[in-house]
Design a protein around this ligand. Structure first.
Ligand code: E4P
Length: 213
């Protein structure tokens, strides 16, 4: 499983890139709004830093508008992936992007049939939202497992991005259940790198070293 970072904050993206584990970035309209910057300018900054997939979401709700917006976003850099919401209009747009060889990430996936439809329309990625399902008492992780089983059984090459990740266990379980990618808020990298025994171990090694030197 690969790591994407889920943010539009350029400092966080640079910091994640420096860790050497980053394969891409996902943004969404809420994350971009928080930054208070021009979306296109920020995408230029991000694609200067990251060479992997950078998801940029369309705002239009009709297929024609999505296609127009998506073409403009895709023209910013070759690694832009157009993020499209899971709707009937979105599916039409995904098919059009697929015919144009523009990569897509179908977002706001909450059940397996949505994922299968998106894949059949030609989506490069599907993004099931784990945390938002867990928030309403559903089993987000089971959804990842089901989508993975369907894609494997039917030789579907669309990649699964585990999205709406809230805590470290989501990352482990997404990997075990067949997600190809986890898109992770930057602060989680700091959490998953930590283990108290690692810290204690470093402290002990240094203390022993310093006794002899
Ligand atoms: C994914 O692409 C989304 O941007 C994101 O993971 C949504 O997460 P949230 O439910 O924490 O807003």
């Amino acid at each position: 499983m690969k790591f994407f970072v889920d943010t539009a904050n350029i400092d966080d993206i640079r910091a994640a890139q420096e860790l050497g584990v980053l394969s891409g970035v996902t943004t969404n309209p809420s994350l971009v709004a928080k930054e208070g910057i021009s979306f296109h300018d920020r995408l230029r900054e991000i694609t200067d830093v990251v060479s992997g997939s950078v998801s940029a979401e369309v705002i239009a709700e009709d297929a024609e508008g999505m296609i127009q917006e998506g073409k403009e976003l895709a023209a910013i850099a070759p690694n832009i992936t157009v993020k499209v919401p899971m709707t009937l209009e979105g599916l039409k747009a995904v098919k059009a992007f697929s015919d144009l060889n523009i990569k897509t990430n179908v977002t706001l996936i909450f059940n397996a049939t949505q994922a299968l439809l998106a894949a059949r329309a030609g989506a490069t990625y599907v993004s099931p939202f784990l945390g938002r399902l867990d928030d309403i008492g559903h089993d987000g992780m089971q959804l990842i497992a089901t989508i993975s089983e369907i894609f494997n059984r039917h030789q579907i090459h669309t990649e699964i991005i585990a999205a709406s990740i809230r805590h470290p266990l989501h990352i482990v379980d997404a990997a075990v259940n067949g997600a190809h990618i986890a898109t992770v808020p930057y602060k989680l990298f700091g959490q998953i790198v930590k283990h108290p025994l690692t810290d204690q171990g470093i402290e002990k090694f240094l203390a022993d070293w310093n006794k002899q030197n």
